[in-house]
Design a protein around this ligand. Sequence first.
Ligand code: ZN
Length: 255
Amino acid sequence: MGSGSLPGCRQVRVKAHRPVVGRVKTLRLKREARRWYVIVVTEQQPVPQPATGREIGLDVGVARFAATSDGEVVANPRFLAAIVSELAAAQRGVTRCRPGSGNRRRARRRLAKLHRTLANQRRDFHHQTARKLIDTCDVIAVEDLAITNMTRSASGTVQAPGRNVAAKAGLNRSILDAGWGQFLAILLAKAEGAGRRVVKVNPRDTSIICCRCGARCARPRQDTVLCPVHGGMDADLNGACNILTRAGLGSGRAA
Ligand SMILES: [Zn+2]
């Protein structure tokens, strides 16, 4: 807890989620449901971190949060599964109550609180994950999200299931989808602050071509690709390697 004053306001107490680092540029107040937030934008001179010699491709998954081209797996956080069922229950609670009733209002508040909790936990997870990657990598190649969103299909085909095919409900999927954009924004900001490089590549076919020979693979399961030459491979790892190669990094085949 800290405290401060704003023009026209009394002294207010604030709960700081993260320490404020750098020179403060702007302060913004935002109201969400019944809570107020202070959004602090700061300016920081980049502090270049020492070179690590590590360059990776990073691929987003569904069963996993992400995988790196050198074999590191970032698992989905445990809170995700737990909160998805809680959210579903809270959503049912809202629809069961009569519109305009007090119960309905309370149920909606409960639901909003869960969404807030999820958003906070997810953001913390994104900050921690991005921090680890920035500390251990010089260059990180990722799919260009703007292009990804345009091209990737929600359903896919039997041969090449879309990456969005979530194992569970649409709720689960929307939670994961919302997460990746925020994570990339956090990763980019931290990269800038640390003098690291993030390279965005065209995501076309990165999930379905073999990273060793470029042949088109079959995808018998969501987590496996099958190259006619090289056989079965982990789908996320293969994707991450393709992303690395496409960024002109690593020793792989030029894609
Ligand atoms: Zn191959």
